[in-house]
Ligand binder design. Structure first.
Ligand code: M6R
Length: 366
C-alpha cells in the first residue's frame, strides 16, 4: 500500500535510499574492500574476456544501460553498445560467440527485450539479466545475472528500479574491472566507498522535496521543456525528459548539452525552461558555457548542481543542489530532483501520476 503517501510514484521515489542500499547489500563490503556478485561468478571470466558487451533494454532501463556503457568502458576497457531492444532484434545485428548481452528490465517481461535476448542467445551470445522481478521471463532466459532489489514497483513511471539498476550495473562493472585488473586497487576501493555512501546522499537529496515542488509550480504551464547533460549525466537528461512526458504530458526532449548548437538551440526563447544536469565532473566547464548559451537566448535555466556551486547559481533561474560525489555514481543522485519535478508537475496539473494515459506498467507486446 501507499504507506501514507498520496501516490505510489512518490512513495517509490522516497524509498530509494533503502532500495539502493538493498541492491548493494550482501554484495559490496566497503570496509573489507570486497565485492561479491554470486549471480555472475561463473561468468566473470567470460565477461572479462568479452569481445564486446551489448546492453539491450527499453525506456528507462535503456537509459540505465547508456550510463552503464560509460561506466563499463571507463573501468573495464571493453567496447559496449547500447541498443533499443526492438531495433536490435529486427536489424539482423552482427552478434555471436564472444559477445555478452546484458538485458536490463524492471519487470523482466518486456516483449521487445525478451525477443532480442532470444535471438542473440540462438546466435551463441552469453546473456546476463539485470531484472527486478524474481523468476520473470527475462531472468529465466538469462544464463546468469544479478537482481535489483528495489521491491515491487507499482507506479507506471519507473523510478526506484532505475537507481537500483544503476547500482547493480556499477557493481558488475567494478567486479569485471577487478577480475580483469583494469582498475587500480586504490580506485577500486575509492569507488566502493563512493557507492557505499550513495544511499545517504540520496536521502539528503530527497529533503529538497519542498523546493522542487515550488520549481514545479513555477514551470508547470510550460508547453515544452529541454533537458541537457553531458557525460554520465547525459542519459539522466534523457530520463528527466521521459519522466516529464509520461507524467505531465508536457513535450520534453533530452539532449547531450553540446548538441544544442547543432539544431535544438533554435527552439530557445523566454518561454522555454531548460533543465541542466550540471553536477561537478570532468565536463563541468563545458556545461557552464552551454548554460551561458541558453541564457544569452533568454531561456529559463533550472540547474541541478553540486552543493556549494556558486558560478552556476549566478546564471541560473533556479538551482537545485545535490551532495558531492564521484561522477560515476552521480546519476543516482542527479536523477532524484528530475523524478520529483515530473511528479509535482503532474500532481499540480491534476493528472493521474500513477497511471498515465496510454501506458501500461509492463509492455508485453512487441
Ligand atoms: O520493465 P522494463 O524495465 O523492461 O520496462 C521498460 C520500459 O517499458 C519502461 O522503463 C518504461 O519506459 C517506463 N514507463 C518508464 O518510466
Amino acid at each position: 500500500e501507499k504507506s501514507g503517501y498520496d501516490h505510489f510514484m512518490v512513495k517509490e521515489i522516497f524509498e530509494q535510499p533503502q532500495t539502493i542500499y538493498d541492491s548493494l547489500r550482501g554484495r559490496l563490503d566497503a570496509k573489507k574492500g570486497t565485492l561479491t556478485m554470486g549471480g555472475i561468478r561463473e561468468y566473470a571470466s567470460l565477461l572479462k574476456e568479452a569481445r564486446r558487451i551489448i546492453i539491450v533494454a527499453c525506456g528507462t532501463s535503456w537509459h540505465a544501460g547508456l550510463i552503464a556503457e560509460y561506466i563499463i568502458e571507463e573501468l573495464c576497457r571493453i567496447p559496449v553498445e547500447v541498443e533499443y531492444a526492438s531495433e536490435f532484434r529486427y536489424r539482423n545485428p552482427v552478434v555471436g560467440k564472444g559477445d555478452v548481452i546484458i538485458a536490463v528490465s524492471q519487470s523482466g517481461e518486456t516483449a521487445d527485450t525478451l525477443v532480442a535476448m532470444e535471438s542473440a542467445k540462438e546466435k551463441g551470445a552469453i546473456i546476463l539479466g539485470v531484472c527486478n522481478v524474481v523468476g520473470s521471463s527475462i531472468a529465466r532466459l538469462s544464463h546468469a545475472g544479478a537482481y535489483t532489489h528495489a521491491g515491487p514497483e507499482i507506479g507506471v513511471a519507473s523510478t526506484k528500479a532505475f537507481t537500483a539498476q544503476l547500482a547493480v550495473l556499477c557493481l558488475i562493472a567494478l567486479k569485471v574491472a577487478e577480475e580483469k585488473g583494469s582498475i587500480s586497487q586504490q580506485r577500486f576501493q575509492y569507488l566502493l566507498d563512493e557507492l557505499d555512501s550513495i544511499s545517504e546522499k540520496v536521502a539528503t537529496t530527497l529533503k529538497l522535496d519542498a523546493q522542487i515542488r515550488q520549481v514545479a509550480d513555477k514551470y508547470k504551464d510550460a508547453r515544452d521543456f529541454l533537458f541537457l547533460g553531458r557525460g554520465y549525466n547525459f542519459p539522466v537528461a534523457l530520463e528527466g525528459a521521459l519522466k516529464l512526458k509520461e507524467i505531465s504530458y508536457i513535450h520534453a526532449e533530452g539532449y547531450p548539452a553540446a548538441e544544442m548548437k547543432h539544431g535544438p538551440i533554435a527552439l530557445v526563447d523566454e518561454n522555454l525552461p531548460v533543465v541542466f544536469v550540471a553536477t561537478r565532473d570532468a565536463n563541468y566547464e563545458k556545461i557552464v558555457s552551454n548554460i551561458q548559451e541558453i541564457k544569452a537566448r533568454k531561456g529559463k535555466v533550472i540547474a541541478v548542481v553540486t552543493e556549494g556551486d556558486t558560478s552556476i547559481r549566478s546564471m541560473a533561474d533556479d538551482v537545485i543542489e545535490v551532495p558531492a560525489c564521484d561522477e560515476l555514481v552521480a546519476p543516482m543522485l542527479s536523477v532524484i530532483p528530475l523524478q520529483l519535478l515530473a511528479y509535482y508537475i503532474g500532481v499540480l496539473k491534476g493528472l493521474d501520476v500513477d497511471k498515465p494515459r496510454n501506458l501500461a506498467k509492463s509492455v508485453t507486446v512487441e
